[in-house]
Design a protein around this ligand. Structure first.
Ligand code: DC
Length: 225
């Protein structure tokens, strides 16, 4: 039996991770951070010295990578071939390469089964990504496209970096976000867009709790326990 699937897609910095984690906790659902899968492939490519333009080599890495999650109260720990990579996959070099490898059709195909397997867990799963409602789970019971204005998204990312004691350049951050968005939404394969039957949620001016409550409310209206 398949579980209830909630797809939460949207651009970088829209708050998908925090929102998805809390929605999954509230409903007792599994949490699948699909961006982490692309980050793991990027990490494999870096470690193997693979050419980021070599679709076949990257596709083979994606198909061979065994990725799993262990969700704890505050962190979603990520394992690649049994080694923990939670922190390494967040390094800036991995973020930049993840965006590039995710444009390769063989990588997307190589990760498709893995995403579907991770998402078919009763009683349900929240999958966070870019193409969950459009490609991975086109029959998801609830599809949310979570976004926020570029200024708001850059401000949030800056606050996160500041909290971690990292230097922040707001203009550079805004430019990086815009560049990643452009690449993610203009690629030929599975571009970033709201599904035809998706619900767009713009989170400017809403608190995290308000966004979570709205999504949990929609899920319950559609039959999630
Ligand atoms: O959400 P994130 O920043 O961790 O995602 C890392 C990269 O992977 C990002 O450039 C977009 C890409 N991605 C994707 O193409 N499809 C997904 N379902 C999830 C992420």
């Amino acid at each position: 039996m398949n579980g209830f699937v909630i797809a939460i897609d949207g651009p970088a910095g829209a708050g998908k991770s925090s929102v998805s984690k809390r929605v999954a906790q509230r409903l007792g659902f599994a949490l699948v951070d699909t961006g982490a899968l692309y980050r793991c492939v990027a990490l494999c490519a870096l470690d193997a010295g693979a050419d980021p333009g070599d679709d076949r080599a990257l596709g083979a890495l994606a198909s061979a990578a065994e990725i799993s999650f262990r969700t704890e109260t505050t962190t979603n720990r990520v394992f690649l071939n049994d080694a923990e990579v939670t922190e390494r996959i967040r390094l800036p070099a991995v973020s930049a390469l993840a965006s590039k490898v995710s444009a390769q059709p063989a990588v997307r195909a190589g990760l498709l089964d893995q995403q579907r397997r991770l998402g078919q867990k009763p009683p349900g799963a929240v999958l966070e990504g870019r193409d969950i409602g459009t490609v991975v789970f086109p029959d998801a019971q609830l599809k949310v496209f979570l976004t926020a204005s570029p200024q708001e998204r850059a401000r949030r990312r800056a606050a996160d970096l500041q909290a971690a004691g990292e230097p922040v350049d707001l203009l550079e951050l805004t430019a990086q976000i815009a560049e990643r968005d452009e690449r993610d939404s203009s690629r030929a394969h599975a571009p970033l867009k709201c599904a035809d039957d998706g619900l767009e949620l713009v989170s400017d001016g809403l608190t995290l709790d308000e966004v979570v409550a709205r999504i949990v409310g929609w899920a319950k209206q559609r039959g999630a326990a």
